[in-house]
Ligand binder design. Structure first.
Ligand SMILES: *Cc1c(COP(=O)(O)O)cnc(C)c1O
Length: 397
């Protein structure tokens, strides 16, 4: 079979840092993916919360094709129109003021950390500032992003990691307060923890952190890489809490398939932090990525996607609650919008593998949580189809 040949070839030449599902995907349509053998899969993973528009969206594809023929890249030494428009739309959607485009989520986190350090350095000229991050957080794999990632097995082989980072417990305000001192320059957290097991922030926790930051002139960095871009019923998850960050990171669904991220900040932070020469990127915000981001925001607006998510997420939550009441192996449901998790008493990886065999793509978050991050364009019928397939799988446990 062609797929087996390709997988053998992959295992010879691609560095083995992933244990992949045994499949080679060939193309996609709507919320379905098709492998090289023609088998169809219902996709509740969306390329890890990236493909908000699903696959083969004609309007999105057309915009990219036009940009490919026009201009791909010029570097940041010159202005380009798609990136200017993308930045304007990102700022309008977030209510923040200035964006820096990156090529990934990790780089957006790096940029946000650098911004916070520079902000503190501009104030007192010192370089010993501290950052507070959360246990079980995930912010990326580069050394800086890893330094604020609160999962020991990701970190340990690569220590010492840069900077002074202290870890508090998510949704435990006292544990944050206990770490704050005069050297604290930033508090970074995901508005909804993703990789750590789908834990939404509690409103009091987020508001309490905002208050600490206001009182002490500490920058609040919200990582919206997974939970942002409409996934949690509002364009950015924090907009549903009435709490505004000083800095936000964004990626995954920002480009809906084109690799692009951003860190975005208030004018106040921008004026007092990074200056020409402090930060840069060759590719970041190039015309191609800019065209993708710009079109994504247009489509979100035209199709009222956040309203669609708010509507569909009620149905997804009901469906998952129903499964929970039917199956003893499901111990909890958590989440916000179309970012949901089922905590299992059986290994989530085994459930995911069996679902894969049923033609359902569903990923895990940690060892015992099944993660639901479908394309935002799903309809009720897809949720019903997911339920039927998942029931066949859960019946085996
Ligand atoms: C995926 C993710 C990242 C890292 O993004 P990459 O594009 O993989 O570098 C950072 N933070 C959160 C919350 C994420 O989900």
């Amino acid at each position: 079979m062609e797929a087996n040949r390709l997988m053998d070839q992959a295992e010879r030449h691609i560095l083995h840092t992933y244990n992949r599902y045994p499949v080679v995907f060939d193309h996609g349509e709507g919320v379905y993916l098709y492998d090289t053998e023609g088998k169809k899969y219902l996709d509740f993973a969306a390329g890890i919360a990236v493909q908000a528009l699903g696959y083969a969206d004609q309007e999105y594809n057309q915009a990219l094709k036009e940009q490919v023929d026009k201009l791909m890249h010029t570097s940041n030494l010159y202005y380009n129109q798609p990136c200017i428009e993308a930045a304007e739309k990102l700022c309008a959607a977030s209510g923040l003021d200035r964006a820096f485009f990156t090529n990934s989520g990790t780089e957006a986190v790096e940029g946000a950390i650098k911004t916070a350090k520079k902000y503190a350095y501009e104030k007192d000229g010192c370089t010993d500032h501290e950052i507070i991050a959360m246990n079980h957080s995930f912010h990326g794999r580069s050394l800086g992003a890893l330094a604020v990632t609160g999962t020991a097995h990701y970190r340990e082989p690569f220590e010492p990691l840069p900077g002074i980072v202290k870890f508090a417990d998510y949704n435990d305000l006292d544990s944050v307060k206990a770490l704050v001192n005069d050297k604290t320059c930033a508090i970074i957290l995901e508005t909804v923890q993703g990789e750590g097991g789908i834990y939404p922030a509690e409103e009091g926790f987020l508001k309490g952190i905002r208050q600490i930051c206001d009182d002490k002139d500490i920058l609040l960095i919200l990582d919206e890489i997974q939970c942002g871009m409409g996934r949690c019923n509002t364009m950015f998850a924090w907009q549903g809490y009435g709490v505004r960050p000083d800095l936000m990171t964004c990626a995954k669904a920002l480009g809906c398939g084109v690799p692009v991220g951003a860190f975005v900040m208030t004018e106040r932070v921008a004026q007092a932090s990074l200056k020409p020469g402090d930060h840069g990127t060759t590719y970041g915000g190039n015309p191609f990525a800019g065209a993708a981001v710009s079109k994504v925001f247009d489509i979100f607006k035209e199709r009222r996607l956040t309203e669609h998510v708010a509507e569909l997420s009620v149905y997804l939550e009901e469906t998952l609650e129903q499964l929970k009441s039917e199956y003893d192996c499901i111990s909890a449901r958590r989440g916000r919008g179309l970012m949901q998790g089922l905590e299992l008493a059986v290994p989530a990886g085994e459930v995911s593998s069996k679902a894969f065999a049923q033609g359902l793509l569903i990923i895990t978050a940690g060892t015992n949580v099944l993660r639901f991050v479908p394309p935002l364009v799903i309809e009720k019928e897809h949720i019903d189809e997911m339920k039927e397939k998942l029931k066949i799988v859960l019946d085996c446990f």
